[in-house]
Design a protein around this ligand. Structure first.
Ligand code: ZN
Length: 277
């Protein structure tokens, strides 16, 4: 059997300026975004976890500008989210981190000394990028104490791979260098592409709108990656699970996705184009 049981774990929420998520006219508008992780279970291949949410000590470990730009308004530990599913960190077989920003790596310390913590999958280029930043005084999404955790060893991922039957890891060049995405055949949702912060919102996908950034590379990377994701979606008939989409999180955490609307995408044949300002 090649299908996995996918459960979206709700780990709280943050606030941020909307333009940090998607290009918008109003630069003052704020929005609330969910923080999540993905649990994959298979009777033969075990329990896989994708991301870990924010850290218990976020208030003391995040630099002030990060706390100001992304205030955490609700925090749920990965440990308690797993417990609700009848699991402990010890029972996770493989931990995959999409990338090493604080809201994805924060629960890593829960896996210190565990089986999964001994070989945490992360892309090699993202690991290099994050380590250089963390060890050179960078202030932003990468926090040294959350990445350099005693009892945690990383296992770098260099290229697309089949981790287990029905579960592929692929690398995206958007948001972070080598952001790991999952292509997974699931029991309840068909094939799912977990793309993390390469595409924050369903609206980002539908309107082909990158986050707002003075750096033109951000938009270019977003659109190129989206084009590649759309190709993958066409080929696999997949539905995309976005990085920080409130509506989708609500729907998936509480009930099975309504596949009828998320699978139809009549903008599918339109090539992403750069909407310069
Ligand atoms: Zn994020």
């Amino acid at each position: 059997m090649e299908t996995w049981k996918l459960e979206l774990l709700y780990l709280g929420k943050m606030r941020c300026k909307k333009h940090r998520m998607i290009r918008t006219e109003n630069r003052e508008e704020t929005m609330e975004i969910p923080v999540t992780a993905v649990l994959l279970r298979h009777p033969q291949y075990g329990n896989i976890l994708y991301d870990t949410g924010n850290a218990a000590n976020w208030a003391s470990c995040l630099p002030e500008p990060t706390r100001r730009d992304f205030p955490i308004t609700e925090w749920i530990s990965i440990e308690s989210a797993l417990r609700e599913k009848g699991l402990s960190p010890d029972e996770i077989d493989v931990l995959i981190l999409s990338h090493l920003h604080f809201d994805h790596v924060g629960g890593l310390q829960e896996f210190a000394g565990t089986k999964a913590g001994g070989a945490v999958r992360v892309s090699r280029s993202e690991l290099s990028n994050a380590l250089v930043k963390a060890f050179t005084g960078y202030v932003g999404g990468y926090v040294k104490s959350l990445i350099d955790v005693p009892g945690i060893t990383y296992m770098p991922v260099d290229q697309e791979m089949e981790l287990f039957p029905g579960l592929r890891l692929f690398l995206q060049q958007s948001h972070a260098p080598g952001l790991i995405g999952l292509e997974v055949k699931t029991e309840d949702y068909g094939t799912v592409l977990c793309v993390s912060d390469a595409v924050y919102l369903q609206e980002s996908d539908e309107k082909q709108l990158p986050p707002d950034s003075p750096n033109q590379e951000v938009a270019r990377g977003f659109l190129e990656n989206l084009k590649e994701l759309r190709r993958r979606r066409r080929e696999t008939g997949a539905v995309i699970l976005y990085g920080h989409d409130w509506k989708q999180t609500e729907a998936w955490v509480t009930k099975k996705a309504d596949q009828s609307d998320s699978r139809k995408d009549n903008s599918e044949n339109v090539e992403p184009t750069f909407h310069g300002r």
